[in-house]
Ligand binder design. Sequence first.
Ligand SMILES: Nc1ncnc2c1ncn2[C@@H]1O[C@H](COP(=O)(O)OP(=O)(O)O)[C@@H](O)[C@H]1O
Ligand SMILES: O=P(O)(O)OC[C@H]1O[C@](O)(COP(=O)(O)O)[C@@H](O)[C@@H]1O
Ligand SMILES: [Mg+2]
Length: 328
Amino acid sequence: MEPNIRNIAVLTSGGDAPGMNACIRAVVRTGIYHGKNMFGVMQGYQGLINNHIIPMNARSVSNILHLGGTILKTARCLEFKEDEGMEKAFKNLKEKEIDGLIVIGGDGTFTGAQRFGKKYGVNVMGIPGTIDNDLYGSDFTLGYDTAVNTIIEAIDKIRDTADSHDRLFFIEVMGRDSGCIALRTAVASGAEAVLLPEKETSLKDLIIKLKEGVNTKKSSSIVIVSEGNKYGGAWDIAKSVKRKFNHYDTKVTILGHLQRGGSPSGFDRILGSRLGFAAVNEMLKGATMQMVGLRGNEIKLTSLDVALHMHSYKLEDDLLEMTKVLSI
Ligand SMILES: Nc1ncnc2c1ncn2[C@@H]1O[C@H](COP(=O)(O)OP(=O)(O)O)[C@@H](O)[C@H]1O
Ligand SMILES: O=P(O)(O)OC[C@H]1O[C@](O)(COP(=O)(O)O)[C@@H](O)[C@@H]1O
Ligand SMILES: [Mg+2]
């Protein structure tokens, strides 16, 4: 039986990701199309606790499709992890008679949504929004494609100067404990090596690879280091390599938060629109505690629980193999 949902709130939480605005727009307009009252929660779970919940209409989301960041703002809210914080959040939702909550965010956001939904029986739907691509059940998370493109553009620029000076660059990219960003950007920028949190690459192997480059007359080398790499960040790796292998002038670049900003790619605008549209439609059909995701160009549902606990299988094996072969 379809639930009688009348009032739906949407929030963005955790790290912002390009495409979140396209998604907010889709959620709000799809809800309004179905005759629902729509609300935006400011600053993720912090806004639920602080009762910063605003009514939204079709015009509240005009001209945002192309904007990076999130008009609803976002936060890392520790208070929501505590029972008292959740209780406050529930009271505020209840007072406004909000019976559906759509959260756009990553693994942390989904963990919170799952606990909240279970505890208070609120209908909850998750939309995967994080540049990290660390959720199972969606081939791509919102913002990942834009971030990968932004990083490739930055590395291309570094390659120009690396090549001109015959230098070795260690470039650190984001991804917390997920190497998806590092792997894709390594393939697309022709990096000589990539260090991932999920796979062990010994320093010895890395040095052998770089030596081969010198022997075969490579003028520059680029090593992508994922921030979650077990041997440390780009600075640590650079230091250890330099100690044992001093054939290159070595430099380090930490790309940092520029990776998260910028106008969403066409892919992320479409993905955000599709996921937002689907989340509302599925919620109105009775789905709850589910994530909407893209699998093989189809929108599919995955329970929040499964989405959270299986992401380590996402690295594409062929890409891994390719980074080694195509950089000889
Ligand atoms: N165990 C938890 N219980 C309740 N809320 C949580 C939990 N883990 C994370 N959250 C909430 O989700 C927010 C976003 O999580 P975070 O890990 O920062 O980003 P992301 O959702 O992008 O992975 C946190 O700031 C917190 O409010
Ligand atoms: O902006 P902050 O709070 O320093 O967080 C940095 C982290 O956020 C991210 O950019 C995105 O991660 P989340 O989606 O989990 O928020 C990670 O890649 C990075 O480790
Ligand atoms: Mg996360």
